[in-house]
Design a protein around this ligand. Structure first.
Ligand SMILES: Nc1ncnc2c1ncn2[C@@H]1O[C@H](COP(=O)(O)OP(=O)(O)O)[C@@H](O)[C@H]1O
Ligand SMILES: [Mg+2]
Length: 177
């Protein structure tokens, strides 16, 4: 019998990069290819290990691209002990890791006023890490993201992941993968 694939984040004894102190400075792009769900989790874990308190991150890409899976890795990298689920039905979920971690999913959002209604804009308080699936559903300028991770299905188990953000974040992510 084939071993059962699990999307749970595996026990993590690998070394973590030092968390960045802030996200600022010149911007850059990092293009990554993930060839398995496990690799996407790992990319997320390293990314989450680098994010400072107060980060706002948008996760973009079609249904099934891997946004929630990447978020699971990111939350592990932020020290969240709980299993992260998809907040598609509740639109927002709060976790506690090294900082508060707020996970939003705007897939079902009808109007930008609803984003205010679910507390999206109040969530950005300089301390919580705010991660927004479908952040590109907001009107341009409605929210400032420090970084955007865009995922694209490139094959059954392949995903192109482009991280746009501060060069320091892109460089450290690349160096630690
Ligand atoms: N390399 C990969 N990275 C991410 N997900 C993958 C990959 N290969 C296959 N998958 C599958 O694609 C699906 C992604 O689902 P999910 O993360 O919920 O997507 P989204 O939140 O973007 O709708 C999962 O069923 C996952 O197992
Ligand atoms: Mg999702």
């Amino acid at each position: 019998m084939a071993p059962r694939r699990s999307s749970r984040v595996p026990p993590d004894d690998s070394p973590r990069p030092a968390r960045l102190e802030r996200l600022a400075g010149p911007r850059s792009l990092l293009r990554l290819r993930s060839d398995s769900p496990e690799r996407t989790l790992e990319i997320g874990r390293v990314l989450g290990s680098l994010l400072p308190a107060g980060t706002a991150l948008s996760l973009e890409g079609g249904l099934g691209a891997g946004k929630t899976l990447l978020m699971k890795g990111i939350s592990a990298g932020l020290g969240v002990p709980d299993e992260v689920t998809s907040p598609s039905f509740v639109l927002a979920e709060e976790y506690r890791g090294e900082f508060p971690v707020l996970h939003f999913d705007l897939y079902r959002l009808a109007r930008v006023d609803d984003a205010a209604g679910i507390g999206l804009f109040d969530a950005v308080d300089g301390r919580a890490v705010v991660i927004v699936e479908w952040g590109d559903r907001l009107p341009p300028g409605a929210m400032r993201f420090d970084a955007v991770a865009s995922l694209r299905i490139a094959g059954p188990e392949s995903r192109d992941i482009v991280v746009a953000g501060p060069k320091e974040l892109c460089d450290e992510l690349e160096r630690n993968l």
